[in-house]
Ligand binder design. Structure first.
Ligand code: GLA
Length: 387
Protein backbone atom coordinates (compact mmCIF):
# COMPACT_ATOMS: atom_id res chain seq x y z
CA UNK A 1 0.00 0.00 0.00
CA UNK A 2 1.17 3.50 -0.75
CA UNK A 3 0.53 5.06 2.66
CA UNK A 4 1.93 8.41 1.50
CA UNK A 5 -0.83 8.91 -1.07
CA UNK A 6 -3.44 7.83 1.39
CA UNK A 7 -2.11 10.22 4.06
CA UNK A 8 -1.83 13.02 1.52
CA UNK A 9 -5.49 12.83 0.48
CA UNK A 10 -6.64 12.54 4.08
CA UNK A 11 -4.66 15.54 5.26
CA UNK A 12 -5.69 17.63 2.20
CA UNK A 13 -9.28 16.64 2.91
CA UNK A 14 -9.17 17.79 6.53
CA UNK A 15 -7.35 20.99 5.57
CA UNK A 16 -9.86 21.90 2.85
CA UNK A 17 -13.11 20.44 4.09
CA UNK A 18 -12.57 19.92 7.79
CA UNK A 19 -14.79 16.89 8.30
CA UNK A 20 -13.89 13.18 8.60
CA UNK A 21 -13.59 11.12 5.44
CA UNK A 22 -13.42 7.58 4.19
CA UNK A 23 -10.30 6.63 2.22
CA UNK A 24 -10.74 4.25 -0.70
CA UNK A 25 -7.88 2.65 -2.61
CA UNK A 26 -8.76 1.91 -6.21
CA UNK A 27 -6.15 0.16 -8.36
CA UNK A 28 -5.17 0.44 -12.01
CA UNK A 29 -5.18 -2.68 -14.13
CA UNK A 30 -3.06 -4.59 -16.58
CA UNK A 31 -4.42 -6.92 -19.23
CA UNK A 32 -2.37 -9.97 -20.12
CA UNK A 33 -4.34 -10.82 -23.24
CA UNK A 34 -7.75 -10.08 -24.81
CA UNK A 35 -7.57 -6.54 -26.19
CA UNK A 36 -10.71 -4.93 -27.65
CA UNK A 37 -12.57 -8.16 -27.04
CA UNK A 38 -14.60 -6.83 -24.09
CA UNK A 39 -16.88 -4.58 -26.15
CA UNK A 40 -17.33 -7.47 -28.57
CA UNK A 41 -18.62 -9.56 -25.66
CA UNK A 42 -15.62 -11.87 -25.71
CA UNK A 43 -12.99 -12.91 -23.14
CA UNK A 44 -10.31 -10.89 -21.35
CA UNK A 45 -7.57 -11.71 -18.82
CA UNK A 46 -6.85 -8.59 -16.75
CA UNK A 47 -5.67 -8.05 -13.16
CA UNK A 48 -5.52 -5.21 -10.66
CA UNK A 49 -2.03 -3.92 -9.84
CA UNK A 50 -0.06 -2.15 -7.14
CA UNK A 51 -0.61 1.34 -8.60
CA UNK A 52 -3.72 2.99 -7.25
CA UNK A 53 -5.83 6.10 -6.90
CA UNK A 54 -6.64 7.08 -3.32
CA UNK A 55 -9.86 8.96 -2.67
CA UNK A 56 -10.86 10.67 0.57
CA UNK A 57 -14.64 10.98 0.44
CA UNK A 58 -17.09 12.55 2.88
CA UNK A 59 -20.85 13.06 2.57
CA UNK A 60 -22.39 16.45 3.30
CA UNK A 61 -25.74 17.51 4.68
CA UNK A 62 -26.53 19.72 1.70
CA UNK A 63 -26.37 19.19 -2.07
CA UNK A 64 -22.97 20.77 -2.64
CA UNK A 65 -20.27 18.85 -4.53
CA UNK A 66 -16.60 19.70 -4.09
CA UNK A 67 -13.70 17.87 -5.67
CA UNK A 68 -9.95 18.40 -5.38
CA UNK A 69 -7.45 16.68 -7.65
CA UNK A 70 -4.06 16.92 -5.97
CA UNK A 71 -2.21 15.71 -9.06
CA UNK A 72 -3.97 18.02 -11.51
CA UNK A 73 -3.92 20.88 -9.00
CA UNK A 74 -7.57 21.41 -9.80
CA UNK A 75 -10.74 22.17 -7.87
CA UNK A 76 -14.38 21.75 -8.87
CA UNK A 77 -17.58 22.75 -7.14
CA UNK A 78 -21.19 22.27 -8.14
CA UNK A 79 -24.49 20.84 -6.96
CA UNK A 80 -25.85 17.29 -6.95
CA UNK A 81 -29.21 18.79 -7.98
CA UNK A 82 -27.86 19.88 -11.34
CA UNK A 83 -25.10 17.62 -12.64
CA UNK A 84 -23.65 18.73 -15.96
CA UNK A 85 -20.38 18.06 -17.75
CA UNK A 86 -17.55 20.25 -16.43
CA UNK A 87 -15.21 22.22 -18.66
CA UNK A 88 -12.09 20.36 -17.64
CA UNK A 89 -12.06 16.58 -18.13
CA UNK A 90 -11.23 15.16 -14.75
CA UNK A 91 -14.35 16.18 -12.73
CA UNK A 92 -16.49 14.38 -15.30
CA UNK A 93 -15.21 10.99 -14.17
CA UNK A 94 -16.72 11.71 -10.76
CA UNK A 95 -19.82 13.62 -11.89
CA UNK A 96 -20.81 10.78 -14.22
CA UNK A 97 -20.76 8.36 -11.30
CA UNK A 98 -23.06 10.60 -9.22
CA UNK A 99 -25.40 10.86 -12.18
CA UNK A 100 -25.51 7.08 -12.60
CA UNK A 101 -26.57 6.60 -8.96
CA UNK A 102 -29.32 9.13 -9.61
CA UNK A 103 -30.38 7.19 -12.71
CA UNK A 104 -30.92 4.21 -10.41
CA UNK A 105 -33.19 6.43 -8.28
CA UNK A 106 -30.65 6.42 -5.50
CA UNK A 107 -30.62 9.77 -3.81
CA UNK A 108 -27.07 11.06 -3.56
CA UNK A 109 -26.17 13.61 -0.92
CA UNK A 110 -23.68 16.42 -1.42
CA UNK A 111 -20.13 15.12 -1.27
CA UNK A 112 -16.54 16.28 -0.83
CA UNK A 113 -13.75 14.29 -2.43
CA UNK A 114 -9.97 14.68 -2.62
CA UNK A 115 -7.94 12.28 -4.73
CA UNK A 116 -4.39 11.54 -5.77
CA UNK A 117 -2.55 8.48 -6.91
CA UNK A 118 0.35 6.68 -8.46
CA UNK A 119 -1.47 5.18 -11.46
CA UNK A 120 0.32 6.78 -14.37
CA UNK A 121 -2.28 8.78 -16.35
CA UNK A 122 -2.93 8.04 -20.03
CA UNK A 123 -0.52 5.16 -19.82
CA UNK A 124 -3.02 2.35 -20.49
CA UNK A 125 -3.46 1.28 -16.86
CA UNK A 126 -6.93 2.73 -16.84
CA UNK A 127 -6.60 5.49 -14.32
CA UNK A 128 -10.07 6.65 -15.43
CA UNK A 129 -11.76 3.39 -14.42
CA UNK A 130 -9.80 3.45 -11.15
CA UNK A 131 -11.15 6.92 -10.40
CA UNK A 132 -14.74 6.13 -11.38
CA UNK A 133 -14.76 2.74 -9.67
CA UNK A 134 -13.18 4.08 -6.46
CA UNK A 135 -15.69 6.92 -6.24
CA UNK A 136 -18.62 4.58 -6.95
CA UNK A 137 -17.32 2.17 -4.31
CA UNK A 138 -17.00 4.89 -1.67
CA UNK A 139 -20.39 6.48 -2.40
CA UNK A 140 -22.07 3.08 -2.27
CA UNK A 141 -20.55 2.41 1.17
CA UNK A 142 -21.21 5.85 2.63
CA UNK A 143 -24.86 5.95 1.49
CA UNK A 144 -25.44 2.26 2.27
CA UNK A 145 -26.87 1.67 -1.22
CA UNK A 146 -25.97 -2.02 -1.09
CA UNK A 147 -24.76 -2.49 -4.69
CA UNK A 148 -22.37 -5.41 -5.10
CA UNK A 149 -18.99 -5.18 -6.83
CA UNK A 150 -20.26 -6.34 -10.21
CA UNK A 151 -23.07 -3.76 -10.12
CA UNK A 152 -20.52 -1.07 -9.25
CA UNK A 153 -18.33 -2.10 -12.19
CA UNK A 154 -21.34 -1.84 -14.51
CA UNK A 155 -22.27 1.54 -13.07
CA UNK A 156 -18.72 2.82 -13.64
CA UNK A 157 -18.80 1.61 -17.23
CA UNK A 158 -22.14 3.33 -17.88
CA UNK A 159 -20.75 6.51 -16.40
CA UNK A 160 -17.77 6.45 -18.79
CA UNK A 161 -20.07 5.59 -21.74
CA UNK A 162 -22.74 8.17 -21.09
CA UNK A 163 -21.05 11.02 -19.30
CA UNK A 164 -17.44 10.92 -20.45
CA UNK A 165 -18.48 9.71 -23.90
CA UNK A 166 -16.05 6.82 -24.39
CA UNK A 167 -17.94 3.73 -25.46
CA UNK A 168 -15.61 1.41 -23.51
CA UNK A 169 -16.29 -2.14 -22.39
CA UNK A 170 -16.55 -3.59 -18.89
CA UNK A 171 -12.96 -4.85 -18.50
CA UNK A 172 -11.32 -1.91 -16.75
CA UNK A 173 -13.77 -1.21 -13.90
CA UNK A 174 -14.32 -4.95 -13.47
CA UNK A 175 -10.60 -5.65 -13.05
CA UNK A 176 -10.11 -2.68 -10.75
CA UNK A 177 -13.06 -3.44 -8.47
CA UNK A 178 -12.91 -7.25 -8.47
CA UNK A 179 -9.15 -7.84 -8.70
CA UNK A 180 -7.36 -10.15 -6.25
CA UNK A 181 -3.78 -10.42 -5.09
CA UNK A 182 -1.69 -12.67 -7.39
CA UNK A 183 -4.69 -13.53 -9.53
CA UNK A 184 -5.75 -12.84 -13.09
CA UNK A 185 -9.45 -12.60 -13.88
CA UNK A 186 -10.70 -14.67 -16.79
CA UNK A 187 -13.84 -12.76 -17.61
CA UNK A 188 -16.54 -13.61 -20.10
CA UNK A 189 -17.79 -10.17 -21.07
CA UNK A 190 -21.08 -11.53 -22.41
CA UNK A 191 -22.52 -12.86 -19.16
CA UNK A 192 -19.89 -11.54 -16.72
CA UNK A 193 -19.07 -15.04 -15.52
CA UNK A 194 -15.53 -14.96 -14.21
CA UNK A 195 -12.91 -17.06 -12.56
CA UNK A 196 -9.68 -16.18 -10.79
CA UNK A 197 -6.63 -17.68 -12.45
CA UNK A 198 -3.62 -17.95 -10.11
CA UNK A 199 -0.55 -16.05 -11.27
CA UNK A 200 1.91 -16.83 -8.52
CA UNK A 201 5.05 -17.36 -10.49
CA UNK A 202 7.97 -15.70 -8.73
CA UNK A 203 10.08 -16.49 -11.78
CA UNK A 204 8.11 -14.15 -14.08
CA UNK A 205 7.63 -10.39 -13.86
CA UNK A 206 5.02 -8.17 -15.46
CA UNK A 207 6.88 -5.16 -16.81
CA UNK A 208 5.40 -2.10 -18.51
CA UNK A 209 7.37 0.12 -20.88
CA UNK A 210 5.76 3.53 -21.22
CA UNK A 211 5.97 4.93 -24.76
CA UNK A 212 5.12 8.31 -23.23
CA UNK A 213 2.85 8.90 -26.21
CA UNK A 214 -0.47 10.37 -25.10
CA UNK A 215 -3.12 10.80 -27.73
CA UNK A 216 -6.18 12.84 -26.92
CA UNK A 217 -7.82 11.21 -29.95
CA UNK A 218 -8.13 7.94 -28.09
CA UNK A 219 -11.81 8.47 -27.28
CA UNK A 220 -12.97 9.13 -30.82
CA UNK A 221 -10.70 6.50 -32.38
CA UNK A 222 -11.92 4.02 -29.78
CA UNK A 223 -15.54 4.76 -30.63
CA UNK A 224 -14.93 4.55 -34.37
CA UNK A 225 -13.28 1.11 -33.99
CA UNK A 226 -16.24 -0.01 -31.95
CA UNK A 227 -18.66 1.24 -34.61
CA UNK A 228 -16.72 -0.71 -37.26
CA UNK A 229 -17.10 -3.89 -35.21
CA UNK A 230 -20.84 -3.22 -35.02
CA UNK A 231 -20.96 -2.69 -38.77
CA UNK A 232 -19.30 -6.10 -39.23
CA UNK A 233 -21.85 -7.74 -36.92
CA UNK A 234 -24.76 -6.17 -38.84
CA UNK A 235 -23.38 -7.57 -42.07
CA UNK A 236 -22.80 -11.08 -40.69
CA UNK A 237 -26.23 -11.10 -39.10
CA UNK A 238 -27.85 -10.98 -42.53
CA UNK A 239 -26.30 -14.36 -43.32
CA UNK A 240 -26.13 -15.79 -39.79
CA UNK A 241 -29.07 -14.49 -37.75
CA UNK A 242 -27.65 -16.03 -34.56
CA UNK A 243 -24.63 -13.71 -34.64
CA UNK A 244 -25.28 -11.06 -31.99
CA UNK A 245 -21.65 -9.95 -31.57
CA UNK A 246 -18.23 -10.77 -32.99
CA UNK A 247 -18.00 -13.26 -30.16
CA UNK A 248 -20.45 -15.45 -32.10
CA UNK A 249 -18.62 -15.33 -35.40
CA UNK A 250 -15.73 -17.32 -36.85
CA UNK A 251 -12.94 -16.56 -39.28
CA UNK A 252 -14.67 -18.88 -41.79
CA UNK A 253 -17.85 -16.82 -41.65
CA UNK A 254 -15.86 -13.65 -42.26
CA UNK A 255 -13.88 -15.21 -45.09
CA UNK A 256 -17.07 -16.47 -46.80
CA UNK A 257 -18.40 -12.91 -47.07
CA UNK A 258 -15.16 -11.02 -47.39
CA UNK A 259 -16.16 -9.22 -50.58
CA UNK A 260 -19.17 -7.62 -48.90
CA UNK A 261 -17.01 -5.96 -46.27
CA UNK A 262 -15.32 -2.62 -46.32
CA UNK A 263 -11.63 -3.70 -46.11
CA UNK A 264 -10.97 -1.79 -42.87
CA UNK A 265 -14.06 -3.27 -41.22
CA UNK A 266 -12.91 -6.70 -42.35
CA UNK A 267 -9.49 -6.18 -40.75
CA UNK A 268 -11.06 -5.05 -37.46
CA UNK A 269 -13.37 -8.04 -37.36
CA UNK A 270 -10.76 -10.68 -38.19
CA UNK A 271 -8.51 -9.27 -35.48
CA UNK A 272 -11.27 -9.46 -32.85
CA UNK A 273 -12.36 -12.97 -33.78
CA UNK A 274 -8.75 -14.24 -33.75
CA UNK A 275 -7.99 -12.44 -30.48
CA UNK A 276 -10.96 -13.94 -28.74
CA UNK A 277 -9.79 -17.42 -29.72
CA UNK A 278 -6.26 -16.49 -28.61
CA UNK A 279 -7.44 -15.63 -25.10
CA UNK A 280 -8.92 -19.09 -24.65
CA UNK A 281 -5.82 -20.78 -26.07
CA UNK A 282 -3.56 -18.63 -23.90
CA UNK A 283 -5.58 -19.54 -20.80
CA UNK A 284 -5.09 -23.20 -21.67
CA UNK A 285 -1.34 -22.60 -22.03
CA UNK A 286 -1.30 -20.90 -18.64
CA UNK A 287 -3.05 -23.85 -17.07
CA UNK A 288 -0.45 -26.20 -18.54
CA UNK A 289 2.29 -23.87 -17.27
CA UNK A 290 3.45 -23.30 -20.84
CA UNK A 291 4.54 -19.70 -20.50
CA UNK A 292 6.42 -19.82 -23.80
CA UNK A 293 3.15 -20.43 -25.68
CA UNK A 294 1.44 -17.77 -23.59
CA UNK A 295 4.10 -15.20 -24.49
CA UNK A 296 3.94 -16.10 -28.17
CA UNK A 297 0.19 -15.46 -28.08
CA UNK A 298 0.89 -12.00 -26.63
CA UNK A 299 3.25 -11.29 -29.53
CA UNK A 300 0.55 -12.33 -32.00
CA UNK A 301 -1.87 -9.97 -30.24
CA UNK A 302 0.53 -7.13 -30.90
CA UNK A 303 0.69 -8.04 -34.59
CA UNK A 304 -3.11 -8.02 -34.75
CA UNK A 305 -3.46 -4.70 -32.95
CA UNK A 306 -0.86 -3.17 -35.28
CA UNK A 307 -2.03 -4.57 -38.62
CA UNK A 308 -5.67 -5.54 -38.16
CA UNK A 309 -7.22 -3.34 -35.50
CA UNK A 310 -4.69 -0.59 -36.29
CA UNK A 311 -4.45 1.01 -32.87
CA UNK A 312 -0.71 0.78 -32.32
CA UNK A 313 1.79 3.52 -33.09
CA UNK A 314 5.43 3.65 -34.11
CA UNK A 315 6.74 4.00 -30.56
CA UNK A 316 4.74 1.02 -29.29
CA UNK A 317 5.86 -1.07 -32.26
CA UNK A 318 9.50 -0.22 -31.59
CA UNK A 319 9.21 -1.10 -27.90
CA UNK A 320 7.32 -4.36 -28.50
CA UNK A 321 9.49 -5.56 -31.36
CA UNK A 322 12.73 -4.77 -29.51
CA UNK A 323 11.51 -6.60 -26.39
CA UNK A 324 10.29 -9.63 -28.32
CA UNK A 325 13.80 -10.39 -29.54
CA UNK A 326 15.47 -10.06 -26.12
CA UNK A 327 16.57 -13.07 -24.08
CA UNK A 328 14.31 -13.79 -21.12
CA UNK A 329 11.28 -12.03 -22.64
CA UNK A 330 8.35 -14.42 -23.03
CA UNK A 331 6.03 -11.97 -24.76
CA UNK A 332 5.55 -8.27 -25.45
CA UNK A 333 2.69 -6.26 -26.86
CA UNK A 334 0.93 -2.93 -26.63
CA UNK A 335 -1.69 -2.88 -23.88
CA UNK A 336 -5.09 -1.21 -23.56
CA UNK A 337 -6.97 0.94 -26.05
CA UNK A 338 -3.87 1.88 -28.06
CA UNK A 339 -2.47 4.97 -29.81
CA UNK A 340 0.06 5.33 -27.01
CA UNK A 341 0.48 4.20 -23.44
CA UNK A 342 2.49 1.12 -22.48
CA UNK A 343 3.67 -2.20 -23.73
CA UNK A 344 3.20 -5.13 -21.37
CA UNK A 345 6.12 -7.55 -21.19
CA UNK A 346 6.40 -10.93 -19.49
CA UNK A 347 9.99 -11.14 -18.40
CA UNK A 348 11.81 -13.96 -16.62
CA UNK A 349 12.74 -12.67 -13.17
CA UNK A 350 16.45 -13.34 -13.57
CA UNK A 351 16.45 -11.43 -16.88
CA UNK A 352 14.76 -8.35 -15.38
CA UNK A 353 17.93 -6.31 -14.89
CA UNK A 354 19.29 -7.10 -18.32
CA UNK A 355 15.84 -6.32 -19.82
CA UNK A 356 15.92 -2.85 -18.27
CA UNK A 357 19.50 -2.32 -19.38
CA UNK A 358 18.74 -3.37 -22.94
CA UNK A 359 15.53 -1.36 -23.19
CA UNK A 360 17.21 1.87 -22.03
CA UNK A 361 19.09 2.47 -25.33
CA UNK A 362 15.95 1.56 -27.31
CA UNK A 363 14.12 4.36 -25.51
CA UNK A 364 17.02 6.78 -25.88
CA UNK A 365 18.16 6.19 -29.42
CA UNK A 366 14.98 5.05 -31.17
CA UNK A 367 12.34 7.05 -29.28
CA UNK A 368 14.54 9.93 -28.18
CA UNK A 369 13.12 9.57 -24.66
CA UNK A 370 14.35 8.62 -21.23
CA UNK A 371 13.19 5.11 -20.27
CA UNK A 372 10.05 4.83 -18.15
CA UNK A 373 9.62 1.25 -16.98
CA UNK A 374 7.21 -0.04 -14.31
CA UNK A 375 7.50 -3.48 -12.73
CA UNK A 376 4.02 -4.39 -11.44
CA UNK A 377 2.71 -6.76 -8.80
CA UNK A 378 -0.83 -8.09 -8.88
CA UNK A 379 -2.61 -6.64 -5.85
CA UNK A 380 -6.18 -6.81 -4.59
CA UNK A 381 -9.09 -4.78 -6.02
CA UNK A 382 -10.84 -1.71 -4.62
CA UNK A 383 -10.88 -1.49 -0.81
CA UNK A 384 -11.65 0.86 2.04
CA UNK A 385 -8.50 1.82 3.90
CA UNK A 386 -9.94 3.89 6.68
CA UNK A 387 -13.24 5.25 7.85
C1 GLA B 1 -9.78 0.46 -22.96
C2 GLA B 1 -11.25 0.23 -22.64
C3 GLA B 1 -11.55 -1.23 -22.37
C4 GLA B 1 -10.98 -2.14 -23.46
C5 GLA B 1 -9.55 -1.76 -23.79
C6 GLA B 1 -9.03 -2.50 -24.99
O1 GLA B 1 -8.98 0.21 -21.85
O2 GLA B 1 -11.63 1.00 -21.53
O3 GLA B 1 -12.92 -1.43 -22.20
O4 GLA B 1 -11.80 -2.12 -24.59
O5 GLA B 1 -9.38 -0.38 -24.04
O6 GLA B 1 -9.00 -3.86 -24.74
Amino acid sequence: MNSTCSERVLSAFSESFGSPAMVVRSPGRVNLIGEHTDHNLGFVLPASVDRSIYLAIGLRNDSMIRFLSLDKHGAYSGSSKNIRPAESDWPNYLLGVLKEFQELDMEVRGVDCVFSGDVPIGCGLSSSAALEGGFAFGLNELHGFGLDRVALAKLSQRSENRFVGVNCGIMDPFASILGREKKLIKLDCRNLNYEYVPFERDDIRIVLCDSQVRRSLTGSEYNSRRAQCEEGVALLKKHYPAVASLRDSTLDMLEAHRKEFDPAVYRRCTYVVAENRRVLDACASLERGDMGAFGTAMNRTHDGLRDGYEVSCLELDILAEAAQSMPGVLGSRMMGAGFGGCTINLVEADALDSFQERMAPVFRTRLGKEPVIHVCQLRGGTEILSH
